[in-house]
Design a protein around this ligand. Structure first.
Ligand code: ATP
Length: 285
């Protein structure tokens, strides 16, 4: 029999290792299996199984652990269009009524595009960052404005309407899982939940390796820097903090080439700048 075309096309030559995400490989494959397997099944099989695609996932965990990074890379993996990112607090800052309108428009735009181009329009990903800001348990959104309530209701009704439209995927992100309205977490809504926690030592080593790759490749990292040592010393650091550590180390290296108290006092040997172990130790301090 002729091989059926895949349902949603995985980006060709997709490799997790190339995504610049340290650690999180287990999480990534679990998300893939739980949320996207059906999208790479042949459509006929999906029909036989009588299943629908997962419409929404929720990534939760401490700040700076790579949730946004993960959401964007999922989009790349699925050959999706550039995701629309909606920020919770920003939405709430809008006038009453405008937030609901924004949400309605996000979905309407995707629908319009899909109607015009069909599957060719690709997968539309809508990322809701800091979802807790708009999705606190309804009725508990302080101040009694009720703004949160109607925004959540709008989101719920839009998500429920996605059924006919298999090309929309919602990715919610939050540091506060406990604040998310339970109605949003039910099957058919943000049904796959994944905790993205602080990296362990192996994860930190990978993150350090990613964020020092350029300087190692260009020989501007001194040989006395041992990223394994740094991975051991950065317990409880998030990926964002490790990124910050690397940046801070480079600024310590830079300051060795600047005459104190002057702005124009960058010495001629700036070309010889090397980030060394002391710079990382100073940064760690
Ligand atoms: P927040 O909850 O604050 O929005 P987040 O979990 O979405 O945070 P990101 O915005 O993805 O975190 O991370 C910020 C930056 O930190 C990334 O752009 C990246 O440079 C770095 N980073 C975080 N986690 C990782 C990781 N696992 N691998 C590589 N880099 C990471």
């Amino acid at each position: 029999a002729k091989k059926a075309p895949p349902n949603a096309i995985l980006a060709p030559n997709f490799k997790f290792e190339d995504m610049g995400i340290g650690g999180l490989d287990t999480e990534f494959s679990a998300i893939f299996r739980r949320a996207f397997a059906s999208r790479v099944f042949p459509p006929a099989l999906v029909e036989k199984l009588g299943i629908t695609h997962v419409k929404g996932i929720l990534l939760h965990g401490p700040p700076g652990t790579g949730k946004t990074l993960m959401a964007r890379q999922i989009g790349k993996m699925l050959n999706a269009r550039e995701p629309k990112i909606v920020n919770g607090p920003e939405i709430l800052n809008k006038f009453v009524g405008a937030s609901e309108e924004n949400i309605r428009k996000l979905f309407a735009d995707a629908e319009k595009e899909y109607k015009a181009k069909g599957d060719e329009s690709g997968l539309h990903i809508i990322i809701f960052d800091e979802l807790d800001a708009i999705c606190k348990q309804r009725g508990s959104t302080g101040g009694g404005t009720g703004v949160g309530d109607s925004v959540v209701n709008q989101l719920l009704s839009k998500m429920d309407g996605v059924d006919q439209l298999n090309n929309i995927l919602i990715i919610g992100m939050t540091n506060r899982l406990d604040m998310i309205d339970e109605a949003l977490l039910r099957p058919g809504r943000l049904e796959v939940h994944m905790e993205i926690s602080l990296p362990d030592e192996r994860g930190r080593l990978q993150i350090l390796s990613i964020h020092t790759a350029k300087m190692r490749q260009n020989n501007v990292m001194a040989p006395d820097v041992n990223i394994e040592e740094l991975a051991a010393l950065t317990k409880n650091f998030s990926g964002a903090e490790i990124n910050g550590l690397v940046k801070s180390a480079t600024s310590f290296a830079f300051s060795r080439h600047v005459k104190v108290g002057t702005l124009a006092g960058i010495s001629d040997d700036i070309e010889d700048l090397l980030v060394n172990r002391d710079d990382f130790m100073n940064a760690l301090d």
